[in-house]
Design a binder for this molecule. Structure first.
Ligand SMILES: *Cc1c(COP(=O)(O)O)cnc(C)c1O
Length: 387
């Protein structure tokens, strides 16, 4: 045993030497624009709580009420006795909101992606993934046993070449809709076209578009003027714009029933707490009723992009709440993140393997709870620290 751990100690040293060691900051407040860490306040520019719902009074109240009604634990998996009425209502609300026939709740987005990819694909099939897809999609594709092909970011021509070359009984094209570390949007219209031309299934992961894009916040599919028939397999998470926890897959009845029967990350796990669904329903209602949150976010994003361009920063091609600044080397990104912290700004350094080597970055994100003065302050501090 000691031998084994000696080996691990050594590996940890190597990770540290490469400036890739990760540590957790212990946050002492709720998730809001200003968070407390080690007794001090920091303006948070790295959360996925884009609409500011993680700490919204109505969402908290719904969560509490859900706990009063249903208790805390769900007691078992959905298929035994853990599927409560509020889970069911939430699934129906999600299906209606996104315009899909049905929706199925999962405990996490990671598990939802595993479910779809490993249930639909097996050895002899083929999966085609954008190189910048989220790790859960890449892992799901690998675990499925299908032939695994990655195409360059948003490169439809290369995707077509791979499809031409590739065999596979079943073919599945899968892409992040909004790329989590870049903020770019996938060319969903072209993907939908290419999928139908090649008799392939299309799945999108809309973790960062759901609640955010489209006129009513229904997500990237609507944003790209598409619907269920164009993107038949839709997945989104509830821990980002909705400020809650969990995820869902939406699609045709047959797909959802198939997942219920076969998806191991659905069957062999405890259902998420019912109160999370109560909170989710309340958050969904705010997404529907308060479009000002999305509008305000867009104004903040434009303010940031305008200011950053004035300062000569290289921005990425993103119109979403995710506005990364590429730094390059991991040690530099870490040092900058620490320096920002000393100015009261919290932005983590995103390093490999989350992003490619030499692509370490500050993943700056905005929330509807930020005010223009926060963005101004961020720009001032970035100017000082980066120049
Ligand atoms: C966050 C995220 C997931 C994972 O969702 P969790 O609910 O956090 O497990 C999957 N895909 C993308 C693109 C994500 O950003």
């Amino acid at each position: 045993m000691t031998e084994v751990f000696a080996g691990l100690t050594n590996e940890l040293k190597i990770i540290k030497g490469r400036h890739l060691y990760r540590t957790r900051r212990v946050i002492e407040s709720s998730q809001q624009v200003v968070v407390r860490y080690q007794g001090k306040d920091y303006i948070n520019f790295c959360s996925n709580n884009y609409l500011g719902l993680a700490n919204h009074p109505k969402v908290i109240q719904a969560f509490q009420k859900g706990a009063d009604l249903y208790g805390v634990g769900s007691g078992s998996a959905h298929l035994i006795c853990g599927h409560s009425r509020v889970h069911h209502e939430f699934e129906m609300a999600l299906a209606e909101f996104t315009g899909y026939q049905r929706a199925l709740l999962f405990s996490t987005g990671y598990m939802a992606n595993q479910a779809v990819l490993t249930s639909l694909l097996k050895q002899g099939d083929a999966v085609f993934e954008d190189r910048l897809n989220h790790a859960s999609l890449l892992d799901g594709g690998l675990f499925s046993g299908a032939t695994f092909k990655r195409y360059p970011h948003r490169d439809i021509q290369q995707l077509q070449k791979l499809l031409d070359k590739g065999s596979g009984k079943k073919k599945l094209i899968v892409s992040d809709a909004v790329f989590s570390m870049d903020g770019s949007i996938a060319p969903l219209q072209s993907l939908s076209q290419i999928a139908s031309n090649n008799q392939a299934w299309l799945m999108v992961d809309d973790a960062h578009g759901f609640g955010m894009l489209g006129d009513s916040g229904t997500g990237s599919v609507a944003h790209c003027h598409l619907a269920e028939q164009d993107v038949p397999i839709y997945m989104a998470t509830l821990g980002k714009a909705l400020g809650c926890f969990g995820a869902f897959v939406a699609g045709p009845e047959t797909l959802i029933e198939y997942l219920i029967q076969t998806a191991r990350t659905y069957i062999y796990t405890t259902a998420l707490p019912p109160a999370v669904s109560s909170a989710g329903l309340a958050a969904l209602k705010i997404v529907m009723d308060e479009s000002w949150r999305r509008d305000k976010l867009q104004v903040l994003v434009r303010q940031f992009r305008f200011g950053a361009e004035q300062l000569g920063f290289d921005l990425m091609d993103s119109e979403t709440a995710i506005q990364p600044l590429i730094i390059g080397d991991s040690d530099k990104a870490l040092a900058i993140s620490e320096c920002l912290l000393s100015h009261g700004v919290l932005i983590g350094a995103i390093r490999p393997p989350t992003v490619a080597k030499g692509q370490a970055r500050l993943r700056i994100t905005f929330s509807a709870e930020h005010e223009p003065r926060h963005v101004d302050y961020l720009l001032t501090v970035l100017d000082q620290v980066l120049h």
